[in-house]
Design a protein around this ligand. Structure first.
Ligand code: HEM
Length: 387
């Protein structure tokens, strides 16, 4: 069913609250493979133990000769072992204790700066927030953070995404140069510090496992793309909805933690940052595209009027509120609670700033690597000191 047909079925005036629908329609054009768009089939495939990662340039990554591929590209027993070993960095107790304090401090610092300057870019604040938290989990804490945010941002938007072979090669070469810069400025100092003394983070764990510097670099890049870039877009998108919708904002600010989470998960369901996932079940059959946006708008799973932003919606049994926005099965995002928690804490602080308003809505672009939207230039202004 087309997007328009789904919205037209909704008695609430065919309402479509999605800000990223148009850019996704244009960006998704012509995926040359089988596309699965309904929730049950897409989830079934993500849970299929024989389904292998085929997205995020998996073919390219597999060609680079590494003894161990980053976690996102691993499969089977080795993947399960790495997930088990890194689960402690994402345990709910760790997220709500160790990282919570950092999320609060970082939010306070960003909001204080915004108030002093009277203006800021929401997407820049989102990037700084996301980079700070993910860097702590990964262990990238021995270089200047603002610089690292820029280096990572440039790296991920510079990834090869063109259709032609030349565009891919040029993009790859540019990506390689930027990777070396990131390795020297950020990854090497972090490794050196942890060789002297291990800490409770991913890099220390990888050193214990005997990973080489190059393998640690690719793992850091994976976390950079998976954890930092996605969360930045999500914070910006959620902030945009909340700043524009007064009733939603009041509900978010007056509600308890559960209410804030329900609102954020509903925004992510409606506007998934990662729009497509890719899997290969057997080499003969080729790659299958899983349309996360389509699955998240499947009324059988998420209830009626799926294009409406409705934090009270009742999803079907065993369907999470964010749909497939964090994936499912063996690669399901381990950072889901981290992302939701940091967005909730930061946006709560931000929306309480006196006179906070969006003076310019973001431009919406498209990132082919994650088949998702990129929001840039969302300008905030405020009146004065935070209460
Ligand atoms: C709103 C923010 C986020 C979104 C939308 C998101 C989305 C996703 C999705 C869809 C996957 C599965 C990919 C697949 O199955 O092919 C994934 C995997 C992953 N995510 Fe996230 N993510 C977010 C935040 C984070 C954060 C904050 C971290 C860590 C700090 C993180 C770390 C990872 C890692 C390491 C994987 C690979 C897991 C594996 O392959 O086993 N993500 N993410």
């Amino acid at each position: 069913m087309t997007d328009q047909a789904i919205s037209a079925r909704c008695p609430a005036l065919g309402r479509d609250d999605r800000k990223s629908a148009a850019v996704a329609r244009a960006g998704a054009g012509g995926v040359p493979m089988r596309v699965v768009g309904n929730f049950a089939d897409a989830r079934g495939l993500l849970r299929d133990p024989d389904a292998r990662q085929a997205g995020f340039l998996a073919d390219l990554v597999n060609k680079v000769s590494l003894t161990r591929a980053p976690i996102l590209y691993q499969h089977g027993a080795e993947h399960r072992r790495q997930r088990g070993a890194t689960a402690r960095f994402f345990a709910p107790r760790v997220v709500t204790t160790a990282y919570r304090a950092l999320m609060e401090q970082t939010s306070d610092a960003l909001v204080t700066r915004l108030v002093a300057d009277r203006h800021a870019n929401l997407d820049d604040l989102g990037l700084e927030m996301a980079v700070t938290i993910a860097a702590e989990i990964v262990g990238l804490t021995d270089s200047d953070r603002a610089g690292m945010a820029k280096r990572l941002g440039a790296l991920v938007t510079g990834m090869p995404q063109g259709d032609s072979r030349l565009a891919t090669i040029l993009g790859f070469a540019r990506g390689q140069a930027r990777s070396i810069h990131f390795l020297l400025r950020d990854v090497k100092p972090a490794i050196a510090a942890r060789r002297r003394q291990r800490r409770e983070d991913v890099i220390s764990h990888l050193l214990d496992e005997g990973y080489s510097d190059r393998e640690i670099l690719t793992e850091c890049l994976t976390y950079g793309a998976a954890g930092m870039i996605t969360t930045r877009e999500f914070i910006t998108m959620a902030g945009w909805h909340l700043l524009e919708d007064e009733a939603l904002r009041a509900r978010f600010l007056e509600g308890d933690e559960a209410t804030r989470m329900a609102i954020l998960e509903e925004i992510l369901r409606l506007e998934p940052v990662v729009g497509m996932l890719f899997r290969r079940v057997d080499t003969e059959a080729g790659v299958i595209a899983l349309d996360v946006r389509g699955a998240n708008a499947d009324a059988a799973a998420v209830g009626g009027c799926p294009h409406r932003l409705d934090p009270d919606r009742e999803t079907a049994e065993r369907v999470g509120r964010a749909g497939l926005a964090f994936g499912d099965g063996e690669h399901r995002c381990p950072g889901a609670q981290v992302a939701l928690q940091e967005a909730a804490i930061f946006l709560d602080r931000l929306l309480r700033v006196p006179g906070i308003r969006l003076t310019r809505a973001p431009d919406i672009g498209w990132n082919g690597l994650i088949a998702g939207y990129e929001l840039r230039g969302a300008t905030l202004a405020c009146d004065g000191a935070a209460s």
